[in-house]
Design a protein around this ligand. Structure first.
Ligand code: SF4
Length: 178
């Protein structure tokens, strides 16, 4: 049983296709970073769509944007808007979502988890995998490193987004995204 932290439907598609038949997948939508809430609902709707297409269980975490903001402000010395994308602000954002995913996995009897963020070619995937493994160890879980060659995953993603006519966002997620 694997808990797949799902940042959005497009990123999840190639991973679901890769894991189908190999793992019992549950999608976990926990992304309080997304702003504004209308955008959050829009991305969630697309994840609900793919959970139906692939007949996968979907768990929806809380939309606690204020908590996310407070965590980032506490973790970082400078104003959040002053960090470029893929810098310390984003690493804190990943940590926040991965911590919650690992805790959810542990509390709900999953033995394994991973995240769709780890195959995103615009993200620090090495950080994600290292941190995922570290937190998994703390919780007595296994973190799955997804060995999807990024370019192929991207091609597959484009193909499937088109096939299922899904919304594909143009910015990362929060109010500080470019
Ligand atoms: S730009 Fe994206 S990864 Fe970075 S803090 Fe905002 S939502 Fe999180």
């Amino acid at each position: 049983m694997i808990l797949l932290h799902t940042c959005c439907a497009p990123c999840a598609l190639p991973i679901i296709e890769y894991l189908l038949g190999k793992k019992d997948i549950t999608l976990y939508f926990y992304n309080p970073n997304i702003y504004p809430e209308e955008e959050y609902q829009k991305r969630l709707k697309e994840v609900e769509k793919i959970s139906k297409i692939y007949n996968l269980k979907l768990i929806i975490g809380e939309y606690e944007h204020d908590k996310w903001l407070a965590y980032l402000k506490k973790s970082l010395p400078r104003p959040l808007a002053s960090y470029p994308e893929n810098d310390e602000r984003c690493l804190s954002c990943f940590r926040f979502r991965l911590d919650k995913s690992a805790k959810f996995a542990k509390d709900n009897n999953f033995n394994e988890f991973t995240t769709t963020l780890s195959v995103n070619r615009f993200k620090d995937t090495k950080f994600m995998d290292n941190y995922g493994q570290k937190i998994a160890k703390e919780y007595g879980l296994h973190y799955m490193v997804l060995n999807l060659e990024p370019y192929q995953a991207h091609e597959k993603e484009k193909e499937l987004v088109k096939k299922y006519n899904l919304y594909s966002q143009r910015y990362c997620g929060c109010e500080f995204s470019n």
